[in-house]
Design a protein around this ligand. Structure first.
Ligand code: PRP
Ligand code: URA
Length: 212
């Protein structure tokens, strides 16, 4: 069935190649970390296409010109801890002057509900473009809770960047937050009884940090 219009699957060949490497259980933590960073940059490139520009007067070595620069307050990257940190690295490569907020959430393994343990944002969040990132959108409980919290704090211009969404999670997120575009490398068909995406790539946080 067709995905909701707010869900964007980035199918660039480099993204697809790197996603396959991320999925492969033989990929080491070091390579997983590198690939997550690279794919974060590529997804971020697509997600930032519509950033506002303003013309400024500059001088090239050959003379004056008016040329475009990013307009407005600095963009803010908000990783959902822990695994979002891996994607945020790539987004920071893309926008080095970005501010960075953090949302600490973990999934209760029994209820699969998101439990918050940390929340810190830069000031004036309402005037900033915000890129929320987490590699996995499974049940979407974490993503929905993070965006709820950011909206409560005043954020208005939000996008969500992930590596893999479950079909169920993508639809659930789009239903609650249809105004927040999602950029993902793929949408997988199934969630297992433990809320893991199948075929997926396993536990993103554990693979990123080598904790299992
Ligand atoms: C993982 C992942 C997401 C969440 C996705 O985090 O990084 O935050 O699960 O699942 P959901 O869509 O069903 O909410 P986890 O809770 O394992 O925490 P971690 O990043 O600290 O490992
Ligand atoms: N969290 C993960 O890290 N992987 C999944 O498949 C689902 C949630």
């Amino acid at each position: 069935m067709k995905l909701p219009p707010s869900i964007h699957v980035v199918d660039h060949p480099l993204v697809r190649h790197k996603l396959t490497k991320l999925r492969d259980k033989e990929t080491s933590s070091a390579n997983f970390r590198r690939l997550l960073r690279e794919i974060g940059l590529l997804l971020g490139y697509d997600a930032t296409r519509d950033l506002a520009l303003v013309d400024a007067d500059i001088a090239t070595p050959l003379g004056p010109m008016r040329a475009p620069l990013l307009d407005g307050k600095k963009l803010t990257i908000v990783p959902i801890l822990r695994a979002g940190l891996g994607l945020a690295e790539g987004l920071m490569d893309l926008v080095p002057l970005a501010r960075v907020g953090h949302i600490g959430l973990y999934r209760d393994p029994r209820t699969l509900q998101a439990v918050e343990y940390y929340f810190k944002l830069p000031p004036d969040i309402g005037g900033r473009d915000v890129l929320v990132c987490d590699p996995m959108l499974a049940t979407a409980h974490s993503a929905i809770a993070a965006v709820d919290r950011l909206k409560e704090a005043g954020a208005r211009k939000l996008k969500f960047i992930c590596i893999l969404a479950a079909d169920h999670g993508a639809r659930a997120f789009a239903e609650v937050h249809p105004d927040v575009p999602v950029f993902t490398a793929a949408v997988d068909p199934t969630l297992n009884d433990h809320g893991y995406i199948v075929p997926g790539l396993g536990d993103a946080g554990d693979r990123l940090f080598g904790t299992r």
